[in-house]
Design a binder for this molecule. Structure first.
Ligand code: GDP
Ligand code: MG
Length: 334
């Protein structure tokens, strides 16, 4: 059992959506939950685990050619060149020090090294939302799933007994505000919105003051994802950060970067740009259902040191899950 966040829950008797990846305990309460993760990752698993099985079955002993074939599988599964090379180097060392000769034993070692590398690169995968008040600023380029993730997250926080408020900081299109309003209705949480073309920082400002007045536990802020160029992005984000700093200095902060897993290496490039522009504290990786590019998770944590905190596995309200490194690696390697 683990939580979205550190610390104690206000109302621990309430059913909490998406908090538990332990199939045995949760299965009757929340049927299909772990299955959804496993089936959502089926393409990534085919692309990685099944290919690795095929390669290993072709070898009689562990040699350099085997390592090269494994390297190719990892790179084509979007693990990224640097992370792959690091992994294969470590695997080579393990094989040597543990005197492994049977190719069938290599998979467990690789799985283990992936877990080790991902875990040693980051401190923790839980959202920074304790203690209250907290603010979750959601950033990322257009279409990655920011608004959808905010809706799912608001719903989940609310179900765990939190008082939630949403600020519609993407003022670029009227439709973006309407879409967020629809999600806030579905989740049953309040929303602060201005009209199209308003200054995003002013919306966040109002959101903060409403959150203070209403004693909100968590304020979730949407932002526009126009990534014309880096200086533009930095200017927009800096303005919002200044407002947060000045008006909500004592709030616990999560700066959540949303990335679309289907874009593979592009997601990694976006992460690099946003990391330079803002102090990103976590990643929500969406659209893991139906993509073979789930290997990006490994590079995000191992290479960029960005903790993946949430994963999106569908378009519905309940299709957001807290991320746990070991479970994820088990799910794509089983
Ligand atoms: N399959 C799938 N679709 C998603 C997921 N998250 C978001 N989407 C879809 O991606 C599209 C863009 O999402 P939106 O939240 O509007 O992105 P935004 O522009 O970043 O706010 C919508 O059609 C969503 O339904 C996910 O985890 N899985
Ligand atoms: Mg949006």
């Amino acid at each position: 059992m683990f939580k979205w966040f550190k610390g104690k829950n206000k109302d621990s008797n309430k059913e909490e959506i998406g908090q538990d990846l332990n199939i045995n305990k949760k299965q009757d309460k929340n049927p299909g939950f772990f299955e959804k993760l496993v089936s959502g990752l089926s393409k990534t698993r085919d692309n990685m685990s099944n290919k690795i099985d095929n390669i290993l079955s072709m070898y009689k002993k562990v040699d350099e050619e085997l390592f090269e074939d494994l390297e190719e599988v990892l790179v084509t599964a979007d693990v990224g060149v640097n992370t792959t090379m690091e992994l294969i180097d470590r695997l080579r060392e393990r094989v040597k020090s543990e005197k492994v000769n049977d190719p069938n034993d290599v998979k467990e070692l690789l799985k283990d090294e992936i877990k080790l590398l991902m875990n040693e690169s980051i401190a923790d995968n839980s959202l920074n939302i304790e203690p209250s008040p907290a603010v979750v600023l959601v950033v990322g380029v257009n279409g990655v799933g920011k608004t959808t993730t905010i809706g799912k997250l608001a719903n989940s926080f609310k179900n765990s007994g939190k008082k939630v408020l949403i600020a519609a900081g993407d003022t670029f299109r009227a439709a973006a505000i309407e879409q967020l309003e629809e999600w806030s209705n579905r989740a049953g949480v309040d929303i602060i919105a201005h009209s199209e073309g308003a200054d995003p920082a002013a919306v966040i400002y109002d959101g903060i003051h409403a959150a203070k007045a209403r004693k909100t536990d968590i304020l979730i802020c949407d932002t526009a994802g126009r990534l014309h160029n880096k200086s533009n992005l930095m200017n927009e984000l800096n303005k919002i950060f200044r407002v947060l700093e000045r008006e909500y200095e004592n709030a616990t902060r999560e700066i959540l970067l949303v990335l679309d897993a289907t874009t593979g290496q592009n997601a990694i490039n976006q992460a690099k740009i946003f990391k330079e522009a803002a102090n990103i504290t976590g990643v929500a990786l969406t659209k893991l259902d139906g993509t073979a590019k789930g290997g990006v998770v490994i590079a995000l944590q191992a290479e960029l040191g960005l903790p993946v905190k949430l994963i999106g596995v569908g378009e519905g309200m309940d299709d957001l899950q807290p991320f746990k490194t070991d479970e994820f690696v088990d799910a794509i390697f089983n």
